[in-house]
Write a protein that binds this ligand. Structure first.
Ligand SMILES: C[S@@+](CC[C@H](N)C(=O)[O-])C[C@H]1O[C@@H](n2cnc3c(N)ncnc32)[C@H](O)[C@@H]1O
Length: 308
């Protein structure tokens, strides 16, 4: 799931050179692809998509310094960084770990929305919603409480796959997502009372105190690095004994980092400390894998935390 976003340079010949360069890159002729991208950039020096593609090709050619220079130009020529060049710079060790550009996430999922369900359920064998659902049922069972909720908020609801899994046990379901195209698909499922297009932390900030008894985030927290603000808002919005259930990718080291799949991964110790700091008690934290990548299960964690 990487970006193939194309932003026209407004220069017909430069755009054509770019297209041909991408074609050569796909066929493995990387030296020729780099030349085509350089020609495109000569014609249109502010051509962000060509700078980004040149960075990718140089990376494939094992020219990290040249790739870094191209990714830096991609950031400068598109200040919103819709291609996610900033993430490539982090992975190349040229920049410290920082939050993702929301414009990148929005562009990525707007592009991906039409084939999201098929790609995730098929190729990636995505099981985030089922894993989250089972974890919530188990946490309720362990606490001898009914697995029924008055109001749930689905953060990063996407096309509504997690909403579908929980629809039978929540009276009212609201959702939010950065990507308008994903939200359009969620709306078509007719299971959400409201759907908000925007950032999940900002959506929570607009909520009243104690206004929900369940907050979900299936495979969505992976697009946030520092989780302190998210956890603090979730704790405020949850009613006492309300549950926050989410999945993350697992980080082996301390804290969190940006994985090879350009998604953040978080360590169990980071999650425990940040949840405790926010006033959320961990009821379950277990190793799971919500999807496969390149034929291998991606290591992850499922977490159910309770507002004390
Ligand atoms: C991999 S999809 C998962 C969608 C859905 N939860 C599911 O289980 O199918 C991740 C979703 O999170 C959304 N997202 C990422 N960062 C977000 C943020 N900061 N605020 C709101 N939505 C976000 C993306 O737009 C995308 O639709």
């Amino acid at each position: 799931m990487t970006s193939s976003l194309f932003l026209s340079s407004g220069h017909l010949l430069a755009d054509r050179r770019y297209d041909f360069g991408r074609d050569l890159q796909a066929r493995g002729d990387l030296v020729a692809a780099a030349e085509l991208m350089e020609q495109a950039i000569e014609l249109a020096p502010e051509f962000a998509s060509a700078w980004f593609a040149l960075g990718e090709v140089r990376q494939q050619l094992d020219q990290p310094d040249a790739a870094i220079a191209a990714f830096r130009r991609a950031c400068e020529t598109d200040v919103e960084d819709r291609h996610g060049a900033g993430l490539r710079l982090i992975r190349l060790g040229a920049e410290p770990v920082a939050e993702m550009s929301p414009s990148y996430v929005r562009a990525l999922f707007d592009q991906y929305a039409p084939r999201f369900d098929m790609a995730l359920r098929g190729d990636l064998r995505y099981r985030g919603p089922e894993i989250l659902f089972k974890a919530v049922l188990a946490a309720c069972h362990a606490a001898s409480r009914p697995a029924l909720f008055t109001r749930a908020i689905d953060l990063g609801c996407g096309t509504g796959l997690a909403g579908m899994a929980f629809a039978a046990i929540v009276d009212v379901l609201d959702g939010c997502d950065l990507s308008p195209a994903m939200v359009e698909r969620a709306r078509a499922r007719d299971i959400y009372r409201t759907l908000d297009v925007g950032d999940m932390i900002e959506a929570l900030q607009r909520e009243d105190d104690s206004g929900a008894d369940l907050i979900l985030a299936a495979d969505a927290v992976v697009y946030l690095g520092d989780l302190a603000a998210l956890f603090a808002e979730a704790a405020r919005v949850l009613a006492p004994k309300g549950l926050f259930a989410f999945t993350v990718e697992a980080w082996d080291g301390d804290g969190y980092g940006l994985g090879a799949g350009l998604r953040y991964a978080h360590s169990a110790s980071y999650l425990r400390a940040a949840l405790e700091e926010a006033g959320l008690a961990v009821r379950d934290l277990a190793a799971v894998s919500t999807r496969i990548d390149a034929g291998q299960p991606v290591p992850g964690l499922v977490v159910v935390a309770e507002r004390s």
